[in-house]
Design a binder for this molecule. Structure first.
Ligand SMILES: CC(C)(COP(=O)(O)OP(=O)(O)OC[C@H]1O[C@@H](n2cnc3c(N)ncnc32)[C@H](O)[C@@H]1OP(=O)(O)O)[C@@H](O)C(=O)NCCC(=O)NCCS
Length: 373
């Protein structure tokens, strides 16, 4: 597992040399019991569990970064048990991991676990690209409840008599979740640059733009300019009129016509938070906006292999294109609309050759990139 750092802790893989520390905090009564396991009765018992943690590789040990003593653990587990089936019925989709944690008693109430969990949340969404994190506590475990609340999880469901406690009795568990969309929505709420989604026809720009809208971002659709101008002039909205209008606007304002006409709206909407630009095509549009926005524009190219794009375009339900039509559109967009430039110079590339889930995870990777900038 990737080693993680917080202000006071190092989160790293367990090693056999941690046995004495591990046994020390696990053999104190009233610790494990709150998480559903009995305190360790012997060094052998601790050894067996430690070896399992090392072999399975999904439990972080928490090391105090000053004393280098191990004082607790956090597990991140992707399971497929009945609980995961239940939470799927509650609408959670994609990859779901559950976290569980424990801290040596003498260190309680110093904010240490909250610090560790917040770092693990960043790791799950930004590095592991999971869709949802689950966490639960027994109803009477108010300190764990408080950690969960402080970390920003939302209540999901209370499952009745589902988890075995240390006596083997099934008890209730209160479950909470955080989705990747909730996480990034919160963290990128005040993102101050415009993100332009660029790509060839059929690469997946619309799906990606919808994901930004799901984050609560505003969208500006460049094609909307054509429709608005047609309406203004009382003309019918159809393909022939739209093309004539587009060409007319480019003759009048040059290849950056759409960004020239939209720049004020873009600046105004940027004041309100995240903004995605849908339909920026030409290199001239990009260079014009880049100057007008003082460089506050990020080009995000969604790329898909050519044959796959053509297959997708041929089978899409809305305005399908034959292979021949798709190819001539590609040529025309590159030769007449300068479409290649923004794609060639994109700040970030999102691969869309896989499943929708993979696209979503690549999208999280892009959002993590925005957070770092
Ligand atoms: C749960 C546990 C990991 C919390 O670790 P921690 O480092 O003490 O957590 P934090 O200090 O970040 O936060 C604890 C919060 O609980 C509050 N708290 C402590 N005892 C409480 C109680 N009896 N009732 C209500 N709140 C309580 C603290 O005041 C603090 O909240 P605050 O920051 O608003 O003051 C630790 O208590 C532990 O290891 N418990 C045993 C194992 C366990 O329960 N694991 C979780 C299984 S779901």
């Amino acid at each position: 597992m990737k080693t993680l750092y917080t202000q006071r802790l190092i989160l790293r893989d367990f090693a056999q040399t941690d046995l004495v520390d591990f046994n020390r905090y696990c053999s104190v009564e009233g610790v494990g019991e709150m998480a559903g396991w009995s305190c360790h009765k012997s060094m052998e018992e601790s050894q067996e569990i430690l070896s399992r943690f090392i072999a399975e590789g999904h439990t972080y040990c928490l090391e105090d970064n000053l004393s280098h003593v191990v004082i607790g653990s956090i597990g991140i587990e992707e399971k497929n048990n009945e609980i995961f089936d239940i939470v799927r019925q509650k609408g959670l989709f994609g990859t779901i991991v559950e976290i569980g944690y424990v801290l040596e008693k003498q260190h309680w109430n110093k904010g240490l676990m909250t610090e560790a969990v917040l770092r693990v949340i960043d790791h799950c969404f930004c590095d592991l690209h999971v869709d949802n994190i689950l966490v639960g506590h027994f109803p009477d475990n108010l300190q764990s409840k408080r950690v969960i609340e402080k970390c920003g999880f939302s209540p999901l469901i209370t499952l009745e008599k589902i988890y075995p406690n240390q006596k083997g009795e099934k008890v209730d568990v209160c479950l909470y979740y955080m989705s990747a969309f909730d996480y990034f929505k919160k963290r990128l709420k005040k993102y101050s640059k415009a993100v332009a989604v660029v790509g060839m026809c059929g690469s997946g720009k619309s799906v990606l733009t919808e994901m930004f809208e799901k984050l609560g971002w505003n969208k500006i659709y460049f094609g909307g300019v054509t429709v608005a101008q047609l309406k203004k002039q009382g003309l019918e909205i159809n393909e022939v009129n739209e093309r004539a209008m587009r060409e007319g606007l480019r003759k009048k304002y040059g290849m950056s016509a759409f960004s020239v006409l939209l720049v004020d709206e873009i600046k105004e909407k940027l004041q309100r938070g995240g903004l995605v630009l849908d339909g920026l095509y030409s290199w001239s549009e990009y260079t014009h906006l880049n100057v007008a926005l003082d460089g506050n524009i990020v080009l995000c190219a969604v790329v898909t292999n050519r044959n796959l794009r053509y297959e997708r375009l041929a089978t899409r339900t809305v305005r399908p294109l034959s292979r021949q039509q798709a190819m001539s559109r590609d040529y025309s967009e590159i030769e007449n609309l300068e479409k290649g430039g923004p794609i060639a110079c994109a700040h970030f590339y999102i691969d869309n050759n896989g499943t929708e889930e993979q696209l979503r995870h690549n999208f999280y990777d892009f959002l993590a990139y925005l957070l770092k900038k």
